[in-house]
Design a protein around this ligand. Structure first.
Ligand code: ATP
Ligand code: MG
Length: 400
């Protein structure tokens, strides 16, 4: 396993004080799959107090102390180390009411969601695999650690996580875990929108997103009323995901393609989406049902509303839905326009808001409205992007 020095040095410090130290979860799973791990979670039998003592020469951030997490700064990087934990009773299908620490690694691994996420690796003693995670990893299977009904009952988010890992890793979901996902789907309603959205964003970008969403569409319909009224369209859209770039805005737009603006808005709203994602998805979806035009003015308007990579995504979505749309020709025209660097943004206009005011337009919303009209006129070649021409044009539209 390829472990960076700043992690090895933290583990060695734990070992030298007689403690255990393991890499655990996603980084072990990913490394065994031959992928480069992006973050390293460490777990140890040392209590938080013992860690503070062991790492007293390091900078320490004490943010998660209550839950057993200490962040040690090693080689300029933050390293999270969590004491082996046993979760207390889950009273609300969300979080344990309390956590207790243990010196037994197996107990910590048994609280983890899936067997492939319950693998631990020590540079001293090698791999620990208490729940046959390695054979599930080799077979490409997502399986709950322990009884699926119990595990989903503890934390409903795990339903979404199972779908996410299946989509992203390209794994199948074990039969009894799959059955339990369907029968426990309503538990997701107890989970905060932010946590669901974080998983959904990763899920839609997964290599197997299309088949996971199609196969588990019931889960989505019970969670999102806004799309449940047209199940057929949602499921058909799901099959198009792999044809769209791996970007969560593009994929969500592909999934919601053809739904009206109020359904798209309420879908994004129910997920408490950040404004950027919400607006981008809405803008992309607003191009339904028209076929993208190859006309330069249409393309420039598009450039004024949508960022580069999403224009390509929109072209991909279009080619899925319009058999006669020539994606290559469209992208050629688009590249030709881009090369000309036309004025497509307010910030590229030869005038500013203060100039508009100096032309006699009173301060306030009117200034913005006029600037937008000027921009469209410049885009449409009805007005040149020069101070004098814009001034003339501004006077005409302001006085008309
Ligand atoms: P990635 O970071 O690549 O998305 P990961 O497996 O590291 O995947 P995290 O959400 O970072 O996922 O969680 C780290 C580990 O913590 C998981 O591998 C799993 O062992 C455990 N874990 C996280 N969330 C839960 C949960 N809701 N229930 C049980 N165990 C969990
Ligand atoms: Mg992780």
């Amino acid at each position: 396993m390829n472990i960076p020095d700043y992690i090895t040095s933290v583990l060695n410090i734990l070992y030298s004080h007689g403690f255990e130290g393991y890499l655990v979860g996603g980084c072990v799973r990913d490394a065994l799959m031959g992928k480069t791990a992006h973050d390293f979670d460490l777990t140890t039998d040392a209590t938080p107090e013992e860690m503070l003592e062991v790492f007293k020469d390091h900078r320490i951030i004490e943010t998660g102390l209550k839950h057993g997490t200490v962040t040690v700064v090693s080689g300029g990087e933050n390293v999270e180390i969590t004491t082996y934990r046993i979760d207390g009773a889950y009273l609300d299908n969300r979080r344990p009411s309390d956590v207790t620490f243990t010196r037994n690694l197996r107990e910590d691994l048994s609280r983890r969601d899936f067997t492939v996420n319950a693998l631990a690796y020590s540079t001293q003693s090698g791999l620990v695999d208490c729940f046959d995670g390695l054979s599930d990893l080799k077979a490409g299977v997502i399986r709950c650690v322990g009884n699926p009904d119990t595990r989903f009952g503890e934390d409903g988010l795990r339903i979404m996580r199972a779908l996410r890992f299946s989509a992203v890793l390209g794994f199948d979901i074990d039969h009894s875990t799959a059955k339990s996902i369907i029968s426990n789907k309503l538990l997701l309603r107890n989970i905060s929108s932010e946590r669901i959205f974080a998983e959904l964003k990763k899920l839609v970008c997964g290599q197997k997103a299309a088949s996971v969403i199609s196969e588990y569409s019931e889960v989505f319909f019970s969670l999102f009323e806004s799309v449940a009224h047209n199940k057929e369209m949602f499921c058909k859209n799901a099959t198009t995901l792999s044809l769209v770039p791996n970007d969560h805005c593009a994929r969500l737009a592909a999934l919601l393609w053809g739904f009206d603006d109020s359904s798209v808005t309420s879908f994004m709203h129910s997920l408490k989406s950040d404004n950027h994602t919400h607006n981008t998805v809405r803008t992309l979806c607003s191009y339904y049902p028209q076929k993208l035009s190859y006309d330069k003015y249409f393309i420039r308007r598009l450039m004024s509303e949508i960022d580069d990579e999403l224009i390509r995504a929109l072209a991909d979505i279009n080619s899925v839905h319009h058999a006669d749309f020539d994606r290559r020709m469209f992208l050629e025209q688009y590249s030709a326009q881009k090369a000309l660097n036309p004025c497509v943004k307010l910030s590229q206009l030869a005038v500013t808001g203060s100039d508009i005011i100096s032309f006699g337009v009173p301060k306030g919303p009117k200034v913005g409205e006029i600037m937008q009209k000027i921009l469209y006129a410049v885009i449409d070649d009805e007005c040149a992007n020069t101070f004098d021409d814009i001034k003339k044009y501004c006077m005409i539209i302001y006085n008309s």
